[in-house]
Design a protein around this ligand. Structure first.
Ligand SMILES: *[C@@H]1O[C@H](CO)[C@@H](O)[C@H](O)[C@H]1NC(C)=O
Ligand SMILES: *[C@@H]1O[C@H](CO)[C@@H](O)[C@H](O)[C@H]1NC(C)=O
Ligand SMILES: *[C@@H]1O[C@H](CO)[C@@H](O)[C@H](O)[C@H]1NC(C)=O
Ligand SMILES: *[C@@H]1O[C@H](CO)[C@@H](O)[C@H](O)[C@H]1NC(C)=O
Ligand SMILES: *[C@@H]1O[C@H](CO)[C@@H](O)[C@H](O)[C@H]1NC(C)=O
Ligand SMILES: *[C@@H]1O[C@H](CO)[C@@H](O)[C@H](O)[C@H]1NC(C)=O
Length: 396
């Protein structure tokens, strides 16, 4: 938080010391005044970094602005209810709305090009759409809003995509998205949220899908980091085309999940964790899996476990079930000869042993994601905005 603030203070100082361009349509500004806003609003294009913070303004209208070259941060404006950019088409930096408690409407009806869009803790925000469709961009992030739907996410490529704690958001459809160059995280939105990413082929960094009622990842072919599904409400789940995960795969705390299948998955570069999905009766969702470079840890209430193609587990192999499973024959099939690390199978265990994972660090994996890892990771967002600001800071 400090670093970002210091940056903007420096920006403010630069503005005061006369860095402003002659037309009044360029320069770095940190302000809370209507006069400064009017000056910017009169420009058809503006270049510079602008912060509008701690003001008492109820509305911000940037009537003439068609393009903006720089960052604009609108934050901590307690009275602010609406922000309008009726002509804005192109925004080359980061457009950020942060901690404006009453802000309910942002009009960016003409916007197609924006490098990064952040709406962070604007709990009243419900009116936001991109009717012209957003082009490929770096980052799209909405945390803690009242948005119920998101139209116009038309990009086919994006680096980071993050939706967290938008409690009214149910339909999340990115029909054109093929490639995520960074991370994607869709966590803790409406309890009925459904996510549709039918064309998404590759994800370069972590992918986390949580608290969803439906999820379509039918085109997914590769994940170059961790892939995690937790606290979802769906009963069945299929990922048909995913062949390789470079790091760990976690499927945890999905209380209604009865079956899942990763039909084409051959290779996991980290750990495989499937913990506390108590409705899975038979464990057979990895028919093509040949090798796991970390450990396997599967815990639940299943009676059978089958890995038809498994040849090599470089870490350990842990099985815990509250039901009776045939540990002997599992050991015969996947113990010595397949599993290089520790073999550890227990049947008819206590509930407590299947609801939390006793995570092992496997060779070849960077991180052994604990069962609750993703949730605690994302809770940092709500905590003190620390992660958000760290994210912003990394751009500076
Ligand atoms: C949010 O903004 C209000 C003023 O509107 C301010 O008092 C409060 O400290 C801000 N919260 C954070 C976490 O910055
Ligand atoms: C968001 O959902 C709550 C109930 O969870 C409801 O009271 C509220 O009206 C909704 N807000 C919007 C903008 O849809
Ligand atoms: C579960 O199966 C139904 C019907 O077979 C399908 O429509 C739905 O998309 C599946 N859900 C998931 C999450 O794969
Ligand atoms: C196990 O999963 C359920 C959801 O199905 C969740 O409520 C519970 O907290 C999980 N237990 C642990 C120890 O994470
Ligand atoms: C974790 O595993 C170790 C050794 O296998 C065992 O001693 C310990 O009790 C386990 N802890 C939990 C929480 O299951
Ligand atoms: C995601 O990525 C970060 C940093 O690359 C890593 O520390 C973390 O453990 C990863 N996994 C999850 C599930 O968040």
């Amino acid at each position: 938080m400090k670093a970002g603030y210091a940056f903007y203070l420096a920006v403010a100082a630069a503005a005061l010391s006369g860095a402003q361009g002659d037309s009044g349509c360029s320069g770095n500004v940190a302000t809370d005044s209507q006069d400064d806003v009017n000056q910017i609003a009169g420009c058809s294009s503006y270049s510079g970094n602008v912060e509008i913070a701690e003001s008492h303004l109820p509305t911000l209208v940037f009537g003439n602005l068609k393009s903006f070259d720089g960052d604009l941060l609108i934050k901590n404006n307690a009275q602010l209810a609406t922000v309008e950019f009726p002509k804005l088409q192109k925004f080359s930096g980061r457009l950020t709305f942060q901690n404006n408690t009453r802000l309910h409407s942002i009009n960016v009806d003409q916007l197609t090009e924006v490098n990064a869009f952040h709406a962070i803790v604007n709990p009243s925000l419900s009116a936001l759409s991109f009717p012209k469709g957003l082009d490929n961009m770096d980052t799209f992030q909405i945390l803690d809003s009242s948005i119920a739907k998101l139209d116009g996410l038309a990009f086919s490529k994006i680096n980071n995509f993050d939706l967290y704690a938008n409690h009214n958001l149910t339909d999340i459809a990115l029909k054109s998205l093929t490639q995520v160059g960074g991370y994607i995280s869709i966590v803790n939105n409406n309890e009925n949220a459904a996510v549709s990413l039918p064309k998404l082929k590759s994800i370069a960094q972590n992918a986390t899908f949580a608290n969803l009622q439906d999820l379509d990842l039918s085109g997914l072919e590769s994940v170059d980091s961790d892939l995690s599904f937790h606290d979802n409400g769906f009963k069945n789940f299929t990922v048909k085309n995913l062949a390789k995960i470079k790091q760990s795969l976690s499927i945890n705390n999905n209380g209604d999940l009865e079956s899942f299948s990763f039909d084409a998955l051959e290779d996991i570069g980290g750990n495989l964790l499937v913990v506390n999905n108590t409705e899975i009766a038979s464990f057979d969702g990895f028919p093509a899996l040949v090798q796991v470079k970390g450990s396997i840890d599967i815990r639940g209430s299943f009676k059978e476990a089958k890995f038809d193609s498994l040849k090599k587990v470089e870490g350990g192999f842990t099985v815990r079930s509250t039901e009776s499973v045939d540990c002997k024959s599992l050991q015969g099939a996947y113990g010595k000869g397949t599993t290089a690390g520790k073999w550890d199978c227990k049947e008819k265990t206590d509930e407590s042993e299947v609801t939390s994972s006793n995570t092992t660090k496997g060779s070849g994996s960077n991180s052994a994601a604990p069962a609750m890892g993703p949730s605690s990771w994302t809770s940092a967002f709500v905590g003190g905005l620390s992660l958000v600001v760290a994210g912003l800071h990394s751009y500076l």
